[in-house]
Design a protein. Structure first.
Length: 438
């Protein structure tokens, strides 16, 4: 260590005082002394501006060490140098969306395994037909991009029935112009205002944006410029999904005024599909649970009960007929749990299918963004719109997705734990068996 660095290290300038944890970490990082020595020195340096040679000397007898004056100076300098490096590292302002240096990729090795399995299968039978990959890919792509058709039944007599329709039926009514996007948007905005004092599911209403998007959707549908089954459908975003011009609070008090300049990929893609964003919906603080700075989000069917989380508002609002569908996120059950509690259908996509760009990170190797709706088919429609690479989230893979799904249920094998599950879940197994699932 140079004399200049020694001098800089011994006296820490203008950075406040150290605590015991920082000193212990620095000593361990430098490989200095025994555990007893580290604790003794850390106790002395609590709230001290820097570590001195005298502090080293006073800690020696506790640890049974004896150093020379030169060794004490060198030890103090090394510890202070590491502490300064820690301070400099912590002073760097790293944006929430900057990914770590290493990207988690659960598909590594899958392609090789698939090739080996295919090779084994081909060698077992000389008559095995080779799949037409190009034709299959083209067919899958068409399934994604071609408009899916639903016959438009009669418009419901009541606005309440209209509010609870699935996306498939809303899409048919919107395309046949039995209902306008503006009318549907105003209906959902009114319900959000009226029921939020009970459910605590709304962080921010995006009314101005919603009316603008709904008016555009009506113009485009009227002109025959139909974008697909989500065109004109109002939706809600879990409030860890950034939308430029509106707060993105992450459900936490320190960030309740935070406004991000970016718009998340999933929100952009839904806008491209012609949807209407009516609200930023609640989440448990920093994506944990159903408690946020606005209170506890409620289960619409048992308001004394929390909605579960962390996609609390997304489940509550969708279940209560306040939006056509919503987006949530899952790290450890945050789509599945509130969907189960509130009675919605949630799709927790496979990791690496949907870009998380513009969304708060809880765990880089586990977070997934997915739809929460009132039917499986609704989730498939939304997933088709948001899935796929965007060049901004390096974990996302380009994989096909086909809907409607035309594979025979008899080809599926479902696993379950015989000793677990509720009676109604066992009944579901019987239904699956009756449909041919193995």
């Amino acid at each position: 260590m140079s004399e200049e660095r020694d001098q800089r290290s011994v006296s820490r300038r203008g950075s406040g005082r150290w605590n015991r944890r920082q000193v212990l970490a620095a000593l361990a990082a430098a490989g200095i002394g025994s555990a007893v020595f580290r604790r003794a020195l850390a106790w002395q340096t609590e709230n001290a501006p820097s570590v001195t040679a005298e502090m080293i000397r006073q800690a020696e007898w506790i640890a049974g060490l004896e150093l020379t004056d030169e060794e004490r100076e060198a030890t103090a300098g090394a510890v202070n140098s590491i502490l300064e490096d820690f301070a400099a590292m912590r002073a760097v302002d790293v944006s929430y969306e900057v990914p770590p240096a290493l990207l988690f990729d659960p598909t590594v090795g899958v392609s090789q395994l698939a090739r080996e399995a295919a090779s084994a299968g081909n060698s077992a039978s000389a008559n095995t037909r080779q799949p037409n990959i190009a034709a299959a890919q083209a067919s899958i792509n068409r399934a994604i991009v071609e408009p899916m058709e639903w016959s438009a039944g009669p418009r419901p007599d009541s606005s309440l029935d209209l509010a609870f329709l699935p996306v498939t039926e809303l899409a048919a009514l919107l395309r046949s112009r039995q209902v306008s996007s503006v009318e549907l948007t105003r209906l959902y905005l009114e319900r959000l205002r009226r029921l939020d004092p009970t459910l605590h599911c709304v962080v921010t209403l995006t009314e101005e944006l919603a009316i603008r998007q709904a008016e555009r959707a009506d113009r485009e549908i009227g002109a025959g410029q139909y974008r697909g089954p989500l065109h004109g459908v109002p939706w809600g975003a879990k409030d860890l999904i950034a939308v430029a011009g509106y707060p993105t609070t992450w459900g936490a008090t320190p960030f309740r005024e935070q406004t991000l300049d970016d718009t998340a990929t999933v929100a952009r893609r839904l806008e491209q599909a012609g949807t209407v964003l009516v609200a930023k919906l609640s989440l448990g603080a920093l994506a944990w649970g159903d408690q946020w700075f606005g209170g506890m989000t409620r289960n619409p069917w048992r308001p004394e009960q929390g909605s579960s989380g962390s996609s609390a508002g997304s489940a509550s609002a969708t279940s209560a007929g306040l939006v056509g569908f919503a987006l949530g996120s899952e790290t450890l059950g945050s789509i599945v749990s509130p969907s189960r509690r509130c009675g919605t259908t949630g799709l927790r996509p496979t990791f690496g299918r949907v870009s998380r760009h513009g969304c708060m990170t809880l765990a880089w190797s586990m977070d997934k963004i997915g739809p929460m709706a009132r039917s499986v088919e609704d989730c498939a429609i939304v997933f088709a719109a948001i899935q796929g690479p965007d060049g901004l989230d390096g974990t996302v893979h380009d994989q096909p997705f086909a809907w409607p799904w035309r594979t025979s249920l008899g080809t599926l094998r479902v696993g379950y734990f015989p000793a677990e599950g509720e009676p109604d879940e066992r009944e579901e197994l019987q239904v699956l068996r009756s449909l041919g699932v193995k």
